[in-house]
Design a protein around this ligand. Structure first.
Ligand SMILES: Cc1ncc(COP(=O)(O)O)c(C=O)c1O
Length: 405
């Protein structure tokens, strides 16, 4: 009740969430459902996973109903340590070097909680995954955004801008490769510039590599670069690699002191991650370890083909589509169609064309929003039928002169 005893009130929100908006993914997925539009917004596949995935899930549930150990189910931490250790040519200790988390999201959140004090600066490349800046703000950190550059049809890390942004107050540098939303895959010079900048400031690098198996060009893990391991936490998850984003099982890996700090935070967030899902993830990772990479190669080929299909649809509609070297998404510019405001277009598109895309404005700070005016992010991790139907709808919208509904 208010002071006059008449108007019902509720306790005030904590400053760390006050004024916080809804994530754009919740907003646009709800819009897709409400308008029956094709959802090329949120990045989740819409085709069924293959039988082996469901079989692993069933077997994982059998006899495993109680809490997993806090660092992670030993089968899963072992499988992650073997896979990552092989890729980094480093002997990893499953207990000391791996922490299982509730998706990459909790891995990122726990890492930020573990490393960022109020007032610390966190350098983040823009466009960014929209959770990053909010996680930093919740920890009391100060976000320093570094805009990428568009070079022809490809987005690139601006090494000079990143180097200039990292300074004595920088505690953390957050990067993502292969990159959502731009599809950029950082090359060795990019990675070395990130490590060198962090080393000068004695900062930690938080490298989000959830699309690690979805690069269509050679991909290098940041932690494999010289001087990187000691100051790098790598985050990944099962969702994108096996088309099971709803499982929300992820992990953080790195040197034991950094993983120990993440674990200190993680133990008070979820304590442990769903045991049956961890068992299932271990089975999937062991399966790919024994197939010599064939299933990831098939997944990449299938996604690359769908990237090409969607890029052709967007180009044919009149968008200027950018080139994605990895991940789930294509960025397309609608400026040439007469839409300078990508956010307004994204809101209108479901009713006008029956297709949902995410405005790129959601992935940049106010300071750098001019970078992405008129741009939308479209997901190509959808089935062939969905992409084809989106093509029919977008062309029909073009033929109506891009009219609103
Ligand atoms: C760059 C990036 N990081 C993290 C996540 C979240 O991963 P998870 O679903 O495993 O929490 C996503 C999901 O789209 C992503 O694109």
């Amino acid at each position: 009740m208010s002071a006059d005893g008449a108007t019902p009130t509720r306790p005030r929100d904590a400053a760390r969430v006050a004024g916080m908006g809804e994530t754009v993914f919740a907003t646009y997925s709800a819009l897709a459902r409400a308008t029956n539009a094709i959802n090329l917004g949120q990045g989740f596949p819409d085709d069924a996973p293959d039988g082996a995935v469901l079989e692993a899930l069933r077997a994982g549930a059998d006899g495993h109903q109680q809490y997993a150990p806090m660092p992670g189910d030993p089968n899963l931490t072992g499988a992650i340590a073997r896979a990552l250790g092989g890729a980094l040519a480093r002997d990893l200790d499953p207990l000391a070097n791996v922490q299982v988390t509730v998706g990459a999201t909790e891995g990122l959140f726990a890492s930020v909680q573990a490393l960022v004090d109020p007032g610390d600066e966190v350098v983040i490349v823009e466009p960014w995954y929209d959770a990053y800046p909010e996680m930093v703000r919740m920890a009391g950190g100060r976000v320093v955004g570094v805009p990428m550059r568009l070079e022809g049809a490809r987005w690139r890390l601006d090494r000079a801008a990143l180097t200039a942004a990292v300074g004595p107050r920088t505690r953390l540098v957050m990067v993502n490769t292969p990159h959502n939303p731009t599809g950029a895959v950082y090359d060795d010079d990019d990675l070395d510039a990130i490590v060198a900048a962090a080393a000068r400031a004695d900062a930690v690098v938080l490298s989000d590599e959830v699309y690690e198996h979805l690069a269509f060009v050679p991909f290098t893990r940041l932690a494999s670069r010289p001087g990187a391991w000691e100051r790098t936490l790598t985050v990944s998850s099962i969702g994108k690699s096996f088309g099971v984003t709803g499982w929300k099982v992820g992990w953080v890996s790195g040197p034991d002191d950094l993983v120990g700090a993440v674990r200190a935070a993680h133990q008070w967030i979820p304590f442990a991650v769903a045991t049956p899902l961890q068992r299932a993830c271990a089975t999937l990772l062991e399966g790919v370890a024994s197939d010599g990479g064939a299933s990831f190669a098939r997944l990449r080929a299938s996604l690359e083909r769908r990237r090409d299909l969607l890029t052709a649809v967007l180009t044919d509609t009149g968008f200027t589509a950018h080139h994605a070297d990895g991940g789930y998404f294509v960025v397309a510019d609608a400026t040439a169609l007469g839409f300078g405001d990508g956010e307004a277009l994204a809101r209108a598109l479901p009713a006008a064309a029956g297709v949902v895309a995410i405005p790129m404005r959601a992935f940049v700070s106010g300071e750098h929003c001019a970078l992405v005016d008129g741009m939308l992010r479209f997901a190509f991790c959808k089935g062939d039928d969905a992409i084809a139907e989106a093509g029919v709808r977008l062309r029909a919208w073009r033929d109506r002169g891009f009219a609103a509904a």
